[in-house]
Design a protein around this ligand. Structure first.
Ligand SMILES: Nc1ncnc2c1ncn2[C@@H]1O[C@H](COP(=O)(O)OP(=O)(O)O)[C@@H](O)[C@H]1O
Ligand SMILES: [Mg+2]
Length: 222
């Protein structure tokens, strides 16, 4: 058994990941779907089956409570982000955001100069990892991601352009809405997570096609 103190620390780290949010969201989806299925079957199936649905529902509710309790202390610590804002190098963030193994015909061009950002490094790595992963997935093993950076009005503007197949038409207006995905096994959480991280920094993010470009503005570290 892991001591409780260590377990809490591990959970706090885990809760920062996209995967944890996805587990929490999926538990909610299973609960709602199970509830709807039980309701619609109420008039057709026998009592034993209804009892089984009820048992599933109770188990899911317990699971949901467990996750919510886990999230509570974590949420509290997430609100203290303002204190954690410090100097972060854009190069350092990008270096850590590039996946270890990428297809050999995918090239990533980095900005010419480094920039000083005021932010939370771990969060910014999550933000750029998520955007870079989407670009790689949109390129089908071949293409270029060009990352440019500029500084103006105490903001660092970062443009992430890819030569992939473009943001699908139906996604354009709801790109940053959670659970919207065009991928078979997508979670639809990457871009909404990206947006929440940018918001936390008081920045902005928007996307366009031709060529596919995500533009992010973050505060300069002075
Ligand atoms: N660089 C990109 N090129 C094309 N489409 C993209 C890009 N980034 C995001 N998208 C679109 O936005 C959707 C949502 O992305 P995201 O929130 O990361 O979830 P997921 O990657 O799990 O689908 C994707 O399914 C895809 O349709
Ligand atoms: Mg994604």
């Amino acid at each position: 058994m892991i001591p409780k103190r260590d377990a809490k620390q591990i959970l706090a780290q885990l809760s920062d990941t996209e995967e944890f949010s996805s587990i929490v969201d999926n538990v909610a989806i299973i609960k709602n779907t199970n509830f709807k299925t039980r309701k619609s079957l109420e008039s057709v199936v026998n009592q034993e089956m209804l009892d089984n649905f009820q048992k599933i529902e109770e188990a899911i509710i317990n699971l949901q409570r467990l996750f919510e309790d886990t999230k509570k202390p974590i949420l509290k610590s997430q609100n203290s982000h303002i204190d954690e804002m410090s100097y972060v190098s854009l190069f350092e963030i990008l270096k850590q955001s590039i996946p270890v193994s990428i297809p050999s015909e995918i090239f990533i061009k980095l900005p010419r100069h480094d920039y000083a950002i005021k932010g939370i490094k771990k969060k910014l790595v999550t933000l750029f990892s998520s955007l870079i992963r989407n670009s790689i997935q949109a390129m089908d093993k071949k293409g270029t991601i060009t990352i440019r950076a500029f500084e103006s009005n105490k903001q660092v503007r970062i443009e992430l352009e890819d030569t992939g197949n473009g943001i699908p038409e139906e996604m354009i207006n709801q790109l940053f809405v959670a659970h919207t995905t065009t991928k078979k096994f997508g979670t639809g959480l990457g871009t909404s997570l990206a947006k929440s991280i940018v918001d936390m920094h008081g920045g902005t993010i928007f996307a366009k096609n031709n060529p596919t470009t995500f533009t992010i503005q973050l505060p300069v570290y002075e």
